[in-house]
Design a protein around this ligand. Structure first.
Ligand code: 1GP
Length: 258
């Protein structure tokens, strides 16, 4: 049995502890998402190491499909080269692979599709345990962002309307009551519009979960506004696939770390 703590409850593992303790030193954490399908394995590893060099607090590894046969190798290379946490961010149970330090063990609570609420999780749980991979229990909420995103289409779920922060907050409350520790407000990769600031504020004010915000964040200013609204972590992916400008990466890190 992995990760058992006081009273037999699932304890907070070393990666989650490190992230939470990191919040004593910086205003918010900066996570860079690496999509294994976005480029060659070497180039993805290089992007990850560049992010680490400029101060990323964790690298998320995942995507909707994962058609890259070198996926496991990417995770292993990153792990060899850096002490920064590599966290698997899977699109489904078939993406669970050895190598990453931890997994965002998500449930798509904004949707009503049992496959992503519980089915993928049941199918992936045994492997996560066998690999002794640390799990961060994460309520994943898809927020409407201006056009259909890959996650909306693939998951066959409806996002939460972006102008209804109270609905997002109610979902976060339910997640907290069900024992989740993190909530991920997701506009979708490459979203037209990022998660609205008032929604981040309301979710943060409604629960004690750690709040991750990602999708469609393209400027340090947008990141900063969401940090000020209470986000504990900001995720950026797409932007750094297209733009390798190191000063932009540095500006994001300072905007998020505060
Ligand atoms: C997607 O939230 C992440 O799951 C990051 O989104 O690629 O749009 O930065 P972007």
């Amino acid at each position: 049995m992995a990760q058992t703590g006081v009273g037999g409850l699932m304890k907070i593992g070393p990666i989650e502890t490190r992230l939470i303790q990191g919040l004593d030193k910086v205003k918010s954490l900066f996570f860079v998402l690496l999509d294994p399908d976005s480029a060659s394995a070497d180039s993805i590893v290089e992007s990850g190491l560049r992010a680490v060099k400029h101060g990323a607090d964790a690298l998320l590894l995942g995507g909707s499909f994962i058609g890259n046969p070198n996926f496991t190798q990417i995770a292993a290379s990153l792990k060899r080269e850096t002490q920064t946490p590599i966290i698997l961010f899977p699109g489904g149970c078939s993406h669970v692979t050895p190598g990453p330090d931890a997994i965002l063990f998500t449930t798509l609570i904004s949707g009503r599709n049992p496959q992503y609420l519980i089915d993928e999780q049941v199918k992936g749980a045994v492997l996560v345990r066998s690999l002794k991979m640390e799990a961060l229990p994460t309520a994943y909420m898809l927020i409407e962002s201006g056009r259909t995103t890959a996650v909306e289409y693939i998951s066959n779920t409806r996002p939460i309307p972006s102008d209804k922060p109270a609905i997002a907050a109610a979902h976060a409350m339910a997640a907290e009551l069900m024992g989740q520790r993190w909530v991920y407000l997701e506009a979708g990769s490459g979203a037209l519009n990022a998660v609205p600031v008032p929604m981040v504020q309301m979710v943060r004010a409604s629960v004690d979960l750690k709040v991750i915000v990602g999708g469609g964040i393209r400027t340090p200013q947008q990141a900063r506004e969401r940090v000020e609204a209470g986000a504990h972590a900001i995720v950026v992916g797409n932007l750094f696939e297209a733009n390798r400008d190191e000063s932009l990466m540095r500006d994001f890190v300072s905007a998020v770390h505060g």
